[in-house]
Design a protein around this ligand. Structure first.
Ligand SMILES: Nc1ncnc2c1ncn2[C@@H]1O[C@H](COP(=O)(O)OP(=O)(O)OP(=O)(O)O)[C@@H](O)[C@H]1O
Ligand SMILES: [Mg+2]
Length: 361
């Protein structure tokens, strides 16, 4: 009933590589053309009996959150930066959760951090980032600024523009806890099923922030691999799927769906050896293709808008929105929020007041 072994259909290493390099709708459609997928009008999802129209040996477009009426909740985001902010926060939480789970293995009865900032102080030794420019103490023998760049390496956001229609693509990659293939449908592709509300050291709680990015994208791709440091990674493989909007023929109620391998909603599982071959060790990688920015200023202004939106983020991260003029290589910017930037200016005793000397009133 389930395509448990997609490797018989497509080389998993090639599939992983091609997915990680998919930055345009054309690239996604090239991959889709090679896969056995039931055309969407032939699979009518029935939550009471998802097997009803399921075709053996095929992948199916399965509603996100197993909810055929998911459009209302997915379309919640206002401006296009908001879903990117949600994804970045999820990535920070994935890093904290990994650190917390590892600590719990070593000391099962240790008290849990009381807040996200408490967790960051405890597991990463970082103060509130806005205090960092004033904090001269060494961290793990490093200058705080060096330590910050090392932590920031673990969350990378990139903006690209590729393909015939010059699609914008946003990728969000973290080196956090990751999810097993068998749980991706209950986590990354669920709706309203957060696993965070009982954890005071995390931020999320509604189970829908990340999904708001689907509404801003033509396609999305997902790869996730549970950290090998946790016992539940065993046999977890690497989860892989694509997400897109479905417009049912003759109906007005669109919905968002992902490629599922079985009628229980599980995504295809690729072997961990394929991930090893492409250097994907753990965490989650997400691509949002055909991202709907209103203008190129809005797209390339992400450095400013995200520093404003995540004013004093709990963890630093990197963003790539530009290339180095000489080498043509990506030029990543360290993101620490405007609160950090303001403290730094204050420490350097730079005048923050704007002067309008040449303006005659
Ligand atoms: N980067 C990630 N790594 C691992 N798991 C993730 C990641 N992002 C999301 N998840 C999983 O997917 C679920 C849904 O994420 P989503 O952002 O939609 O909701 P949430 O973070 O739980 O709550 P909120 O709606 O308040 O953001 C999370 O509860 C978590 O289990
Ligand atoms: Mg979230």
């Amino acid at each position: 009933m389930k395509i448990t072994d997609i490797t018989k259909i497509i080389d998993p290493t090639l599939l992983l590589k091609a997915t990680m390099q998919s930055f345009s709708s054309n690239a996604i459609e090239d991959i889709l053309a090679k896969l056995p997928i039931t055309p969407e009008p032939d699979y009518r999802f029935n939550s009471k009996n998802p097997v009803e129209t399921w075709k053996e040996g095929k992948l199916h477009w399965y509603p996100v959150g197993a909810d055929r009426g998911n459009a209302g909740r997915i379309k919640l985001a206002g401006s296009p930066e908001n879903p990117i902010g949600e994804r970045i926060i999820n990535a920070m939480e994935a890093l904290i959760e990994l650190a917390c789970q590892k600590a719990m293995i070593l000391t099962p009865n240790a008290p849990l951090p009381k807040s996200p900032r408490d967790a960051v102080r405890h597991y990463f030794g970082l103060p509130s980032l806005d205090q960092l420019p004033l904090d001269a103490k060494l961290m793990k023998g490093n200058r705080p600024t060096k330590e910050v760049t090392e932590i920031a390496e673990r969350i990378k956001i990139a903006l690209r523009q590729e393909g015939k229609g010059k699609d914008y693509t946003i990728t969000v990659e973290d080196d956090g806890i990751g999810q097993t293939a068998s749980r991706m449908h209950e986590t990354l592709l669920s709706l309203g099923c957060s696993d965070k509300p009982d954890k005071p050291y995390l931020i999320g709680m509604f189970g829908q922030g990340g999904s708001s990015a689907f509404a801003a994208s033509v396609y999305s791709w997902f790869l996730s691999r549970r950290s090998a440091e946790l016992p539940d990674h065993k046999g977890g493989g690497v989860g892989w799927t694509f997400v897109r909007q479905i417009m049912p023929v003759g109906r007005r109620d669109v919905y968002w769906a992902y490629l599922a391998a079985g009628p229980d909603g599980q995504v295809p599982r690729l072997p961990e050896s394929a991930a090893d071959a492409v250097g994907f060790n753990r965490g989650t990688k997400i691509g949002h293709i055909g991202y709907k920015f209103a203008t190129s200023n809005q797209a390339y202004g992400l450095y400013s808008s995200l520093n404003h939106l995540l004013f004093n983020p709990i963890l630093p991260y990197y963003i790539v929105t530009r290339k180095d003029k000489e080498s043509g290589k990506d030029k990543p910017d360290l993101m620490t929020g405007n609160a950090y930037r303001l403290t730094k200016l204050k420490r350097e005793k730079k005048d923050l007041e704007k002067k309008f000397d040449n303006v005659s009133v």
